[in-house]
Design a protein. Sequence first.
Length: 240
Amino acid sequence: MKVLIVEDDPIITDGLKIALTQEKYEVDTSSTMTDALHKIADGVPYDIFLLDVMLPDGDGYQICKAIRKISRVPILFLTACDDEIHTVLALEQGADDYIAKPFRIRELIARMKAILRRSGRVHDNGGENSARNPVPDDHDGTIIRIGKNELNLQSGRVMRGGEEILLSAVEYRLLLTFTRSRGQLLTRQQILSDMWDNAGDFVNDNTLTVYVRRLRKKLEEEGDAPIIQTVRGIGYRMDA
């Protein structure tokens, strides 16, 4: 399981590298946005990214945006900016989770493992490598049409007009939640319970609105019939 840490504080980087190596992760590091973008462009197959927001030559949001153009590999932000604006901005750029400094290393590792499980990547302490694609459900091999989009459960890809729509791990899991209950009203709690781990320690209900808005933006174009309907005060329903 390979992780890229993008962090300009060498003390934090060294501490994370030691802790994650002990957990059987293969750790790569970058201290600048430029170096991180070079590694991403080189096609190194990382399983998860840990991104700091403030970097000497840019910020983690730009790195996140670059990753999301080519991949939905999980992204977790590490930052001292613990406020709603920065959280929403990170999620809007395609991040899967967000943890504020200072953080407890055990909490960070727990969040990483939760994200990897939700994305279909499996990590254990024996160091087994992950599956590179989300695990399909019992409908393996079938195509599900969602409006003008096609979801292939075997490959985990969403296509529209021959072009792939890149979704983050959380966006993909949210789409699966809606497609399994098409036409049914889902409360916010039902959606969160399906998307996240049972413990729910790391769930922020306020971010669900961001995920839904982001998914709509990717699945719907101007003139399309709405795919995900908001039922005010209750939750959502997929009608397409």
